[in-house]
Design a protein around this ligand. Sequence first.
Ligand code: TXA
Ligand code: MG
Length: 331
Amino acid sequence: MTTKIVTKENISEAAKCLNEGGTVVFPTETVYGLGADAFNSVAVKKIFEAKGRPGDNPLIVHISDISQIHLLAREIPDNAKLLAQKFWPGPLTMIFKKKDQVINEVTAGLDTVAVRYPSNQIAHDLIEQSQKVVAAPSANLSGSPSPTVCSDVVDDLNGRVDFIIDGTGCEIGLESTVVDVSGNTVTILRPGAITLEMIREFIPDAKLDGGLIDNDQVPKCPGLKYTHYSPNADVIVVQGNKDKVREYILSHLSSDVGVITYKGGEYPGAGLVLDAGDNMTSYAHNLFTYLRRFDKNNIKIVYAEFSVEEGIGVAVRNRLYKACGHKIIEV
Ligand code: TXA
Ligand code: MG
């Protein structure tokens, strides 16, 4: 298949394609998404095919107007109304009990549906003009990091989708916060830019999913479950005292070793050094595209400087620990 790579000037053409059952990659404020009409099972199947995604992993449905929630959710609890009012449009996905008409291909047979109202203007205009609600996972091949710049999308999906809309880089760089609002408690299933602290400001008893906390804090042997964000290079996280982190990495350098620095640090002798910036917001913005860049440069081992921080740091930690298969060195 020939993929048309276009800019926002051609949104209407891409929207028509979505409307007619095609696949369109579009930028959002989090990562690029691979979209199709959420009520068209043939179209939704194309998403799974293009990504090589297992059919038992459900998709997020994207809306361009708050009223579209009624097409998808059977009931809208007060907590969800509150979160929608505070954080939509934006990087928040909510899990609702689904309406019967929401198709199994989207929900992987679950009784719930994930819904997100993105704030990115291109995403908004595309969804609106398509006159559909749009199922969209991250626009990577299953197994690689989510794409946050158009060239990363092209690397994975050129020839596998109908359209790619080139927006500028995604502002946040990590996928949305996923919050389950379908039960009695509000639970974060996937951390993101909308943090637990931000949600607790309005829903004080909101919590992080237990499995998430364990996965993050107890380094386990690498398992399939943990490595699905991983690049080809082996990633090793080094965290603790800044000087000791540096000393550790310096003693492991060679030309096929890469380093992600955090808050500065020179590593002469490393094959490639990429600077994650000096705060967790910039670490989030850079992480996924850096992981891909190491692979492109044939780096075999990546040492990532890291420090445990709150806020969006929780989401960075979650993605980085997955990328490294929980190979974490505490110094
Ligand atoms: O920022 C994002 O959320 C991006 C952009 C494109 O919107 N999308 C994204 O989609 O990250 P995806 O498919 O890569 O990740 C969606 C996550 C998956 O871990 C999936 O298992 C989970 O949300 N999910 C979807 N529906 C669910 C449901 N009904 N219950 C629990 N988890 C669900
Ligand atoms: Mg994904």
